[in-house]
Design a protein around this ligand. Structure first.
Ligand code: DX5
Ligand code: ZN
Length: 218
């Protein structure tokens, strides 16, 4: 079993002091920083883009795990690569040319991820399995933090885990991850856990450390 990576989503942090939040959550034990990019079109919310990410890059050495909830996506990939994202994940539902998008991410020298909405079946992953470094299974409908975990996605996670087999591909779960739901995710084979509200609740570095440790321990 691969060690579990905890990826706090800064969607749940205090946007007025993002640099500090990123330094604190890194210090508190985060493995990756999960960056939720929303365009108000693919998802019904707007967050931040590559310029904000570029400004955050000097504040931590942690892996920048970028989750693009945008459509179209291809024309923006280069700016996210230049901003310092290490993993760039695109949604299977974001456009008709997923294969091209994944290829473009790899050509930029970045790790490529594919994200699946809760209603999207796993079959599409089979077609691109050798083009991806990460599969992200959404366990809420993307757009907002603080939603309830959709339990039916754990079967899909287990199926994707089996498909991945020995390949060096991370299986990430995103949405509603708490000390309770993290257990089912790990059992289903997830090795990267995104958590927004469950990490940033409390609002202090000590709280972040306690929250991250609690998820890891679970
Ligand atoms: C939802 C985002 C998630 C979200 C997770 O669209 O992709 O990363 O911020 O937040 P929590 O952990 O609060 O569900
Ligand atoms: Zn996300």
């Amino acid at each position: 079993h691969r060690p579990i990576k905890i990826a706090p989503s800064i969607l749940a942090s205090d946007y007025s002091k993002l640099g500090q939040e990123i330094r604190d959550v890194t210090e508190a034990g985060a493995d990756w920083i999960h960056l939720d990019v929303m365009d108000g079109h693919f998802v019904p919310n707007i967050s931040y883009g590559p310029d904000v990410i570029a400004k955050l890059r000097p504040h931590t050495d942690a892996v920048f795990d970028c989750h693009l909830m945008i459509s179209p996506v291809d024309m923006y990939l280069e700016s996210f690569a230049k901003a310092g994202c290490d993993i760039i994940t695109v949604h299977a539902e974001a456009g008709p040319h997923l294969h091209r998008s994944l290829q473009a991410v790899r050509n930029l020298g970045k790790k490529a991820g594919i994200a699946l909405n809760p209603a999207t079946p796993m079959n599409i992953v089979e077609q691109v399995i050798d083009m991806v470094d990460l599969v992200l299974v959404m366990s809420v409908n993307p757009g907002f933090g603080g939603q309830k975990f959709i339990h039916s996605v754990t079967d899909k996670m287990a199926d994707i885990h089996a498909l991945i087999g020995e390949r060096p591909i991370d299986l990430e779960v995103d949405g509603g991850v708490t000390t309770e739901t993290a257990v089912d995710c790990a059992k289903a084979g997830a090795n990267a856990l995104v958590a927004g509200s469950a990490v940033f609740k409390g609002g202090t570095i000590d709280a972040y450390r306690d929250n991250i440790n609690a998820i890891r321990k679970a």
